[in-house]
Design a protein around this ligand. Structure first.
Ligand code: FES
Length: 138
């Protein structure tokens, strides 16, 4: 499946070499804002969800168990409760506030966060270098 065949949409505009602008959508329980980006020429996807504390957070769509996307290309990264992040591959569950795996084969590891800022009608996501040694213990 190519990147264009899934539900993650087009790569958004870059505001600089290290920032992308993601159009805001109303984020409530069960809602996800998805985006694409490139890092070192490699295509990635990411998503923004609301944490249990009501704050949005951005995560790289890559599981720390095996570095596959969390979803099967459908943008479905939330568990039935609409809050907990889930990996469709082997069922690992992650807390949306800090990204740590709380159940499943990625336990002890965490999702990779991306810095997120609110720019009024958009979120600005900073594309940071891949953390050395990722996946690391979360
Ligand atoms: S690849 Fe995510 S739980 Fe195995």
């Amino acid at each position: 499946m190519s990147d264009d065949d899934d539900d993650w949409g087009d790569e958004p505009d870059r505001t600089s070499d290290t920032e992308i602008r993601v159009a805001k959508v109303p984020l409530t329980t069960g809602k996800v804002a998805t985006f694409r980006f490139r890092r070192d020429g490699e295509p990635f996807s990411g998503f923004i969800v609301i944490g249990r504390d009501g704050r949005p957070r951005a995560w790289v769509n890559r599981c720390p168990h095996v570095p596959y996307p969390l979803d099967f290309g459908d943008g479905e990264v939330l568990d039935h409760d609409g809050v907990t992040i889930v990996c469709a591959n082997h069922g690992a569950r992650f807390e949306p506030d800090h990204g740590r795996c709380i159940w499943g084969p990625a336990r002890g590891r965490g999702l990779e966060p991306l810095p997120l800022a609110d720019d009024g009608d958009a979120w600005i996501v900073t594309i940071t270098p891949e953390p050395p040694g990722w996946p690391y213990d979360g």
